[in-house]
Design a protein around this ligand. Sequence first.
Ligand SMILES: O=C1O[C@H](COP(=O)(O)O)[C@@H](O)[C@H](O)[C@H]1O
Length: 243
Amino acid sequence: MTDQLLRFTDSTELANRAAGMLVTQIAHYQQDPDRIVHLCLTGGRIALRVYESFGGRLEAAGADPGRMELWWSDDRFSATDDPARHAGPALALMAGKFQLDPARTHPMPAADGVIDADAAAATYAKELGDVVFDICLLSIGQEGHVAGIFPDHESFEPQSSTVIGLSGSPKGEVDRISLTVPALERSAEVWFLANGDDKADAVAQALSGSPDTPAGQVRGREATKWFIDRDAGRELPWFECDW
Ligand SMILES: O=C1O[C@H](COP(=O)(O)O)[C@@H](O)[C@H](O)[C@H]1O
């Protein structure tokens, strides 16, 4: 299946259009009144800008936040109030824009009095069970990492579990929890978000399907979409996206 490339002039246009497409697709799925939509959220600066825009658009798009389950692709295994964690800042941006249902909000465990990232990963794997994500958002690192899966690192080795703990990581010493490649691929659609010149090499590598680049190995079951701004796409042929 061919990846779809959606290119935007800058990061603001990218974030707003991705948020708009997200609410439209959620509303589309929810035309079936029994449908619960499972979203897998990512960390990263551009993702936070999508969340900021997304919450305020749900109602107008006709989407029902009460039939939305929120999961995370990875997080720092640190204290709940660590600003570097993904879940806290994302939820803070969404709170107030729509009613978050705690029973349908699944942040990864935090290291509040717990020290074992592997045990916390196993707990999250149990919570996740057999869930298939409708849409999985993924930011991409400069060296091509996605979620907590890093190139030339044990996190990128074949995994039998859906969730792993990482002791430290190449990007920093803090422990992490991450979905594995097979778990990320339990997604109908994967939407990559990449902006800025520093992501251009990783984007080009990933889109070429590089076996050494984690982002090059994750694909959605039905679609893989790349939301890319002009700078992150500087190594790719340019075309305007008029969606
Ligand atoms: O470490 C991480 O960073 C990346 C990307 O962050 P950015 O701010 O450079 O866009 C993110 O993909 C990942 O989920 C996270 O753990």
